[in-house]
Design a protein around this ligand. Structure first.
Ligand SMILES: Cc1cc2nc3c(=O)[nH]c(=O)nc-3n(C[C@H](O)[C@H](O)[C@H](O)COP(=O)(O)OP(=O)(O)OC[C@H]3O[C@@H](n4cnc5c(N)ncnc54)[C@H](O)[C@@H]3O)c2cc1C
Length: 170
């Protein structure tokens, strides 16, 4: 499964803790189906739910190359899915941040994007407070814990971006 799973399959499945959904949001990707092109921002519409219609098939995913990008995944030790995963991409000074695992589905974090677009440093990300309201709260981690992880993991992703390294699983 781990060797044969496809990006299209992961995106269509849209597990709220899957990695790829956060990447398409951060990279500003376009999902190409057999019928149309869908912006990443319009693709994820709910838990395990996407804009795909019955029998619509993903045939490709494209994105403009970022100046730098990194993914940090804080894993559930049993499943290796994300408790929280953060994908940071910077292009022409604009920063996009995709979060997975923390909510009912992957989402962009506007407050951190705004702060990092003004000043792209780990300290900038760490200084952003994320409200716990609405975040997942379960046996793997409280909503407050996930709220703490978002700026911390974003800061580490920025460190990787600045170092030119792709990220880490922790
Ligand atoms: C042990 C384990 C650990 C995993 N860990 C992770 C992880 O850490 N991070 C992560 O992101 N994922 C993880 N996964 C999930 C994995 O990424 C997905 O199962 C895989 O990518 C799905 O791809 P697939 O091609 O096998 O799709 P399938 O499982 O075959 O299909 C999934 C769904 O998408 C539909 N579908 C498939 N391809 C397309 C397409 N091209 N267009 C439209 N619909 C399509 C299918 O009809 C089905 O409804 C894990 C899975 C397992 C079993």
């Amino acid at each position: 499964m781990r060797n044969r799973g496809t990006i299209g399959g992961s995106l269509a499945h849209n597990d709220p803790a899957a990695c790829y959904p956060s990447s398409i949001l951060a990279l500003g990707a376009t999902i190409h189906s057999n019928r149309r092109d869908i912006d990443a921002d319009n693709f994820i519409i709910g838990t395990f739910t996407t804009a795909l219609e019955p029998s619509e098939i993903i045939v490709a995913v494209s994105f403009p190359p970022p100046d730098c990008a990194a993914y940090i995944k804080f894993i559930n030790a049993a499943s290796r899915f994300s408790i929280v995963g953060v994908f940071v991409a910077r292009r022409h000074g604009a920063v996009r941040v995709g979060i997975t695992g923390a909510g009912h589905y992957a989402f962009r974090c506007g407050s951190i994007e705004q702060a990092l677009s003004a000043k792209f440093t780990p300290e900038t990300a760490r200084a952003v407070g994320i409200p716990a309201a609405g975040l997942n709260d379960d046996i793997h981690g409280s909503a407050e814990y996930r709220a703490h992880l978002i700026p911390e993991l974003t800061a580490r992703a920025v460190e990787h971006c600045l170092a030119g390294t792709p990220g880490a699983i922790i």
